[in-house]
Design a protein around this ligand. Structure first.
Ligand SMILES: CC(C)(COP(=O)(O)OP(=O)(O)OC[C@H]1O[C@@H](n2cnc3c(N)ncnc32)[C@H](O)[C@@H]1OP(=O)(O)O)[C@@H](O)C(=O)NCCC(=O)NCCS
Length: 175
């Protein structure tokens, strides 16, 4: 097992080997292999990959984009305190870890890295919350473990106010 401190998370570039990546969901594997580079070039998404220091094989990745969300789809107790117009958010559209490396803390590291980048971006451009699209119920449980709450407008979208992300999540961002 690669020690966590030997792992690197950085923007995807041509050097990274994505061909062998397999997380168990072919849609996400295909995205990384075929579309991620194009999305980066077109500024549709930023893609960050995790590799073991000194190697190029992708062990995990996530995408970040901006989106605007209708606050009416937040649970009542939160939407009540907010303005009645769409709020600026950051979307983790995809996040996955190679099967060979699952269960070793890389998903947590990727999420912690995304939170850090969103908090830093939020110093310049207001970002109210982090939104994630969970691929399935398993993924939903993964995010819920970090304090994400379901939005009321769809079964797979969850959110976490940035103010709350700055506080310790139930599982802690980093171990
Ligand atoms: C879901 C996924 C990203 C988790 O990555 P990972 O590296 O295996 O997760 P970690 O080892 O960092 O686990 C972090 C915590 O989440 C928990 N966790 C991991 N997978 C989980 C799941 N499917 N359901 C509930 N909790 C989960 C772990 O138990 C751990 O909690 P703990 O520290 O309290 O034990 C990974 O399994 C994956 O890529 N799955 C396929 C693709 C996918 O579903 N992507 C998600 C949304 S698009």
């Amino acid at each position: 097992m690669t020690e966590p401190d030997a792992l690197v998370i950085e923007p995807l570039d041509r050097r990274h080997d994505r061909t062998g990546f397999s997380c168990g969901l072919s849609e996400l594997d295909r995205y990384l292999a075929r579309q991620a580079g194009q999305d980066v070039r077109r500024r549709i998404a930023r893609v960050f990959v995790c590799t073991a220091g000194g190697t190029d094989a992708v062990l995990g990745f996530y995408t970040l984009s901006a989106l605007s969300t209708d606050l009416a789809s937040l649970p009542d107790e939160l939407s009540r305190k907010l303005p009645r117009h769409p709020a600026p958010c950051a979307l983790i559209g995809r996040l996955a870890v190679d099967r060979s490396a699952q269960g070793r803390g890389i998903g947590r590291l990727l999420l912690a890295d995304a939170v850090k980048r969103v908090v830093a971006a939020g110093e310049t451009v207001a970002i109210h919350a982090l939104i994630v699209d969970a691929a399935n119920d398993d993924a939903k449980r993964f995010y819920e473990g970090f304090g994400f709450l379901p939005l009321t407008d769809g079964p797979t979208r969850l959110f976490l106010p940035v103010g709350q992300a700055l506080l310790q999540s139930p599982k802690g961002w980093e171990r």
